[in-house]
Design a protein around this ligand. Sequence first.
Ligand code: GLU
Length: 479
Amino acid sequence: MSVRVRFAPSPTGFLHIGSLRTALYNYLFAKHHGGQVILRIEDTDRTRFVQGAMEEQIAMLEWAGVTFDEGPHVGGSYGPYIQSERFDLYREHAQALLANGTAYYAFDTAEELDAMRARQQAAGIAPRYDRSAMRNQYTLGDQETARLLADGAHHVIRLAVPLTRDVRYTDLVRGDVVVQGREIDDQILLKSDGFPTYHLANVVDDHLMAITHVIRAEEWLPSTPKHVLLYEAFGWTPPEFAHVPLLLNADRSKMSKRHGDVMVSDFRKRGYMPEALVNYVALCGWNPGTTEEFFTIGELTERFALDRVHKAGAVFDYRKLEWMNAEYLRKADAALLAEQLLPVLSERGYPFIDLDTVAATITLLRERVHFLADIADFGDYIFGDTLAALDADVEASLRANDALVQVCKGLVGTLDLSSSEAFKASVEQHAVAAGVKPGSLMKPLRMVLTHRDVGADLYTTLALIGKERCIARLASFAG
Ligand code: GLU
């Protein structure tokens, strides 16, 4: 049987970094086994629906390179992959469970349910639907139930969880799981507005879409026994389950907005390269079994296996990700990076941003930054002629070395940038004539021409600025 997995986000917000990892693991697992990965939008909870969230999530997945074989974006078709378009189907399936006695009608009001919970709390027992004490098909009988339904009474459909036996399944990450029936609530399957709950829609779709492996975040672990019971109730074989560990902050709390960037769009905005982000999140919760750290998505596909996914939560290390991004930045094709940087540069109004200059500047400066966009600041003296204000240290140093600065200004007539050697020779000759050591001119020259005291190779830097602009800066330097 060929592997079919799904990523099933709810459009309740933007794509979370943890969701990207879940999607990625599904993708890697499917592709490793030559199978398919399906994108399904689980929008049954209309109260939490966020307009545009689905489109945003799809766009972020695409940006990261996680692709799907079926789903709302494939071929522009909204297909059978959006649950709100399939409500009739879930209702029919709820009816089937009513018919075979594994689900039942319940008519309790919100007040009655609150009172039940209050009683349970007072008695010190865990809150769960008390089937034998509430107003439902069991306590009211079939006739009264039929009468209430005919009267249009508000009702839900609940799963009849067998109280006296255990629910068992094997999780591919966590091993054997056993939960006692009496710990599982009689889950609502169909709400009083006729909408399905997550549980019903999720199980029905996983079955109808022939999903073989459910790979999802650990937070769904408590739902799984209910799902196993639902498969049983329908007479279906359940898929395999694999619950992947949570992403944690350094203090081991769940990764959330309060602690920093958690949305994929935040990482993108910050300037992370998708390849670096994907590489890093793959390693949060999975390891290749070696100390290797750099993997393309293709290499991850080759190596990925669920038995190397950890049970323990994975701490998300922003600094490590930053380091990894810098490594990717160093290896990436400078021409491609230049195209990406161009919009940022033109937005800033820089005048000297032809692609060759930008690519050469990236090559020159990328050792010194973590993010591509940082080069827009770093390379200001190449991309434009409005130099950053001198910082206090640079200004003090220039003042202390005013004699050397004056010698540098004298280079106006002789500066030669035709080659690295010619540059050195022109500075040397000028220095000797002025009676100073040639080496002593390099730092003040850099400061005058770039307003910085450090930077990449001076000749390459000046050649990128160009002789004419260098001379203009020397001539106009007021020092
Ligand atoms: N709709 C659920 C979510 O938002 C899917 C959970 C699952 O994969 O079963 O994550």
